[in-house]
Design a protein around this ligand. Structure first.
Ligand SMILES: [Zn+2]
Length: 107
């Protein structure tokens, strides 16, 4: 089936239908509010306004917001810089990845 792209009205909103890989992304797209769009005659929920990065099972987003009742998009990996992507989540993920690649300071 491949990738289906949906263009939102107010944003460039990219929705992936169907995952290429079975593995879930480390950082999912998570949103407090969702809206419904129709793709190929089927209703799909997509993030409304901003979305955040969240790990599976986590109660908070990467930027520290409580996200217990939020909707997770398991087929969507959080991509910093995407329209609607939370800048603080992007910063948090960026500092995590740079910390992981930096060797510890000699002590
Ligand atoms: Zn965030």
């Amino acid at each position: 089936m491949g990738m289906v792209r949906v263009m939102g009205r107010e944003d460039e909103l990219h929705v992936q239908i169907g995952t290429r890989a079975r593995r879930l992304p480390t950082w999912l797209v998570s949103a407090a509010h969702v809206r419904t769009v129709v793709v190929n005659g089927r209703e799909q929920r997509v993030p409304f306004a901003n979305h955040h990065a969240r790990q599976i099972g986590a109660t908070t987003t990467a930027c520290g917001m409580l996200a217990v009742n939020w909707v997770n998009f398991y087929s969507s990996a959080f991509e910093p810089g995407e329209p609607g992507a939370c800048g603080r989540c992007a910063t948090a993920l960026g500092s995590l990845s740079s910390a992981a690649t930096q060797s510890p300071a000699p002590g």
